[in-house]
Design a protein around this ligand. Structure first.
Ligand code: NAD
Length: 297
């Protein structure tokens, strides 16, 4: 019989993921700090638990999908957290995007109690969570990964074991660096073209099929020149990921100059009230410096 699943953190990502597991036939026990979030998942058939510890008592595999490291630590290692309820042999999978060093700490705390641990951050955003097409980047040991695979198959289109505890988070940070810097490059190119009097939409059409083209350009270029900054993926989440990347870079003694610059730009956008906008709004920082607005003509 399929293992029972616990799901903690029922926000933009967690809710559709929990619902997909139920659609696949899993019994789901869920918890969130917000009752509204819980209700939307219990209405779809999940059982509500009183705390993360209760989730861990009821389920064999416990997934967390919260904002960042402090929330993951609270849910797993805090008072009435998962480890207060998890017996030996259970498996915790933290699918939040957090700093690799925090995943390592969580992994060690789980191992000390005989509980398995995987970090499994995702890419694909809300549509990927709804359509079960997420890409899942996993850190941990091979036997825990094999145990989790049937669950990952119901949540995403791929899952790759990348190394030990924290390795999934390292890969997710690599992803966020490439995406963020690619958006910044597109934003600078569009801004230059605009000020030079060339329609940014024409720039996009002319170069998207060549070496400069990318999934990022295809998705974010039109959002810039159409002035559509509805998320998508919010600046505030990318800011959190780039801060985590810089924390990891400090710990590893790796100078990341372009990423450090991106961190400053995202800080500025947070201060200008753009945190809730899609990360294509990075263009707003660049165009402000140039005194021009990127817009198709
Ligand atoms: P969200 O803010 O919508 O949801 C997080 C949920 O976790 C909230 O409902 C919150 O109440 C709950 N929570 C926090 N601490 C808790 C605790 N101690 N116990 C129980 N519940 C707790 O965030 P989201 O957009 O669903 O993102 C979740 C994670 O996925 C983040 O790390 C984010 O970076 C990552 N992610 C998000 C996207 C996206 O497009 N939204 C894409 C890829 C990855």
């Amino acid at each position: 019989m399929a293992e029972k699943i616990g799901f903690i953190g029922l926000g933009i990502m967690g809710r559709p993921m929990a619902i997909n597991l139920m659609k696949a036939g899993y019994e789901v026990h869920c918890y969130d700090l917000f009752q509204d979030a819980v209700k939307r998942v219990t209405d779809a058939g999940a059982k509500a638990a009183a705390s993360p510890a209760d989730v861990a008592r009821a389920a064999e595999i416990i997934i967390t999908m919260v904002q960042d490291g402090p929330q993951a630590e609270q849910a797993i290692m805090g008072k009435d957290g998962v480890l207060d309820g998890a017996a030996k042999g259970k498996l915790v999978i933290d699918m939040s995007s957090i700093a690799p060093s925090v995943s390592q700490k969580l992994g060690k705390a789980c191992a000390a109690k005989g509980v398995g641990f995987l970090d499994g951050p995702v890419s694909g955003g809300e549509p990927g969570a709804i359509n079960a097409t997420l890409a899942i980047m996993v850190g941990g040991n091979a036997s825990d990964f094999e145990r989790a695979k049937p669950v990952f198959e119901k949540l995403g289109k791929s899952s790759v074991l990348c190394g030990g505890y924290g390795a999934g988070q390292v890969v997710k940070l690599a992803n966020q660096i490439v995406v963020g810097l690619n958006i910044l490059a597109v934003a600078e190119a569009m801004t230059l073209a605009q000020k030079a009097g060339v329609n940014p939409e024409t720039v996009f059409e002319a170069i998207k099929g060549g070496l400069a083209g990318s999934n990022v350009m295809n998705a974010k270029g039109p959002m810039m020149f159409n002035r559509n900054f509805q998320p998508g993926f919010r600046i505030e989440l990318h800011y959190k990921d780039i801060n985590n990347a810089m924390q990891a870079a400090r710990e590893m003694q790796v100078p990341l100059q372009a990423t450090a610059n991106l961190q400053q730009i995202l800080t500025s956008l947070m201060l200008s009230g753009d945190g809730k906008h899609d990360h294509s709004a990075i263009v707003k920082f660049v165009e402000k410096q140039a005194g021009v607005e990127v817009k198709k003509t």
